[in-house]
Design a protein around this ligand. Sequence first.
Ligand code: FEO
Length: 395
Amino acid sequence: MSFKLKDGLTWVGKIDWELRTFHGQEYSTHKGTSYNSYLIQDEKTVLLDTVWLPFAREFVENLEREIPLPTIDAIIVTHGEIDHSGALPELMKRIPETPIYCTANAVKSLKGQFHQEWNFKVVKTGDKLNIGSKEFIFVEAPMLHWPDTMFAYLTGDNILFSSDAFGQHYASALMYNDLVDQAELYQECTKYYANILTPLSKFVDRKIKEVVGLNLPVEMICSSHGVIWRDNPLQIVTQYATWAQDYQENQITIIYDTMWNGTRRMAEEIAQGIKLADDKVVVKLFNSAKSDKNDIVSEVFKSKAILLGSPTVYKGVLSSVAGIMEEIKGLDFKNKKAAAFGAYGWSGEGVKVLSERLKDSGFTVINDGLRGLWNPDEQAIDNCRKFGKEFITII
Ligand code: FEO
């Protein structure tokens, strides 16, 4: 499949409708993804990025239906991760001398992955590549989201090729941001930012200020995944600028696991207490053993506070809760409050363990948590509701 975006610009990527996990098993892709590759034809012909390794042969065959491969004058690699560079070895077998424009760090990552001495042309911020009536201007964008990432801006057409930034794992044949379901689109954008970019927010903030400060007209943003932003393309830049500022909504997320429903009942009664005290706040509950971890992370991203619950198991906590905390710790969330709770029958260390993990993960833990002995009775249910009320009052 190819798709003409405008004269001289053709999408030649791959829509991966089947993909259900990305980065190994680390990121769920409920709606598939796309690996966006672009063919730019002016006096010179340029290919910008390729696709993931399993689609390499299909990609090259498809590209050959568009143009004779030797007519490609240059390849631009905005990022070395193999979902975009994976077809390079197959392509370079056919056109081994073609120059590859990329950052110095991308040379390292491409050599490290493919062990090839291709014709690399290292570019830095401000470097240009003239292709006839237009030119590419390169802007290094380290840590958005790899050290090797760069943006490429095409003058004349006023297109920002933004690599992974502003992308989503969202397969759609509709191609453009204004044609797809807006709730789905923003859900996937949020998930992408929350799960991949949150710990890099200071780099996002800096780069957005730098790029906006260039005052370049932007008619389209072509990212490496998902739809092309053509309708009010800067909306996603504005959204990123907001997300980069320790983002939160009026939401509390309760994450728990349970063995015999004691901790589940505590979670639900704490939620009830919160709602009785504040009927405006959004409260969402997730059993971490039964829920998608990346979806939970997206909800934590939107939350001003979280509550974390587990029964005590051999002086520790259930593995799904430990697992989601490991995920959350790495994302380095800022400016969020938290507390722990959980049922116990013997020694009851679980709540203390969770409180420590929350502190280690950068949350402001607002109290010592709530322990519930065995299954909650009426008094314990009342305590849970009070705990919820106090929690929403304090934060
Ligand atoms: Fe879509 Fe960082 O690769």
